[in-house]
Ligand binder design. Structure first.
Ligand code: UDP
Length: 336
């Protein structure tokens, strides 16, 4: 049993991690400004503090109000395209908020810190599968901001003794298999929710970004990892930080699926075709991104339980089919 502060715990990955912590009996305080997150995504049992990380007084107050065993930090700007239009805001906010928080954590005596990081810090990798030592050369300001945040945390460890883990997510997808939580972004840019919305008639036909890649079917290949497996990885690294050193892990299922394979899985889940159109490549999209998860498996015993594409897509489809308006369809959200 522990007590943890989860920033961004009303967001997609954060809310699934909160659920996993509560399910195993931990106490959780969520700090979220609810700009992207949803009040209804914070499960009963967790305390929600609505506030912004940029306000240091709020952070101090929260840290002074509870004695935390660790911090899981998800709150961040996370749209790659937007980061190219507002690079300085992305870098200033993501790096600044992470390092402020780390500094306040150390002052409050909270010495375990888990950072939500991204495969985008690798840029256009030379080798696949991508291991942790692959060169880091981000092609977006978003990727750069997470790389800089990771590096700042290395100094916090070296000089201040703050132990941190950074998990570089590949393609987080799917929804809680119990149907309690799902994925609800605005705007939605990701393949699986867009394909699900298209098949349910809740969004426009899916555009396939590029059919001329050097892959077996010509569409880009990504490593989709179930958000509940991702949540499990957070719990494992959090526990490992109790006695273990700071660490960095790539988190993916270790297998790739093409855009056409994802569409076929959505069609199996829905029992009908996904309306789609063919479009040009999206700028900055590499042909293949697949993680090596060997280090995470070796150090923590983690293994994906919902690694099959049909599990990932099936849970995403089930949640959206039951919640066509996402969290906005729920009472508390409508009132808020
Ligand atoms: N993609 C697509 N249509 C969409 C959204 C995504 O064809 O509406 C493709 C995208 O080019 C990439 C893959 O699906 O090859 C996964 O994209 P997503 O935005 O979900 O995640 P990313 O890999 O960019 O983090």
């Amino acid at each position: 049993m522990g007590r943890y502060l989860v920033t961004g715990g009303a967001g997609y990955v954060g809310s699934h991690v909160v659920l996993a912590l509560l399910d195993r009996g931990d106490e959780v305080v969520v700090l979220d400004n609810l700009r992207q997150g949803h009040r209804c995504a914070v499960m009963t049992g967790a305390e929600l503090v609505v506030g912004d990380l940029a306000e240091r007084a709020v952070v101090r107050e929260v840290l002074a109000g509870w004695r935390f065993d660790g911090i899981l930090h998800f709150a961040a700007l996370s749209l790659v395209g937007e980061s190219m239009r507002e690079p300085l805001r992305y870098i200033a906010e993501n790096v600044g908020n992470t390092l402020w928080l780390a500094e306040e954590a150390v002052k409050a005596g909270v010495m375990r810190f888990v950072l939500s990081s991204t495969a985008a810090l690798f840029g256009m990798p030379q080798r696949v599968p991508i291991d942790e030592d692959e060169s880091k050369d981000p092609v977006s300001a978003y990727g750069e901001s997470k790389l800089m945040a990771e590096r700042g945390l290395e100094w916090a460890d070296r000089c201040l003794g703050l132990r941190s883990a950074a998990l570089r997510y590949f393609n987080a997808a799917g929804a809680d298999p119990g149907g309690r939580l799902g994925e609800d972004h605005d705007p939605e840019t990701h393949l699986i929710p867009n394909a699900v919305n298209a098949v349910l008639g809740l969004g426009p036909p899916l555009t396939i970004f590029g059919t001329d890649y050097d892959t077996p079917d010509g569409t880009a290949i990504r490593d989709y990892v179930h958000v509940s497996d991702l949540a499990d990885a957070h719990l494992r690294v959090l526990d490992r930080l109790k006695d273990g050193p700071s660490c960095r892990y790539n988190v993916g299922s270790g297998t790739g699926a093409s855009v056409l394979e994802v569409i076929a899985a959505v069609e199996r889940a829905a029992g009908r075709p996904v309306p789609h159109v063919l479009g040009p490549r999206r700028e900055g999209d590499p042909a293949v991104l697949v993680a090596s998860n060997a280090r995470l498996r070796r150090d923590t015993g983690w293994a994906p339980k919902l690694g099959a594409l049909d599990d990932i897509v099936g849970t995403a489809y089930a949640w959206r089919a039951r919640n066509p308006k996402g969290y906005r369809g729920t009472m508390a959200e409508a009132v808020a």
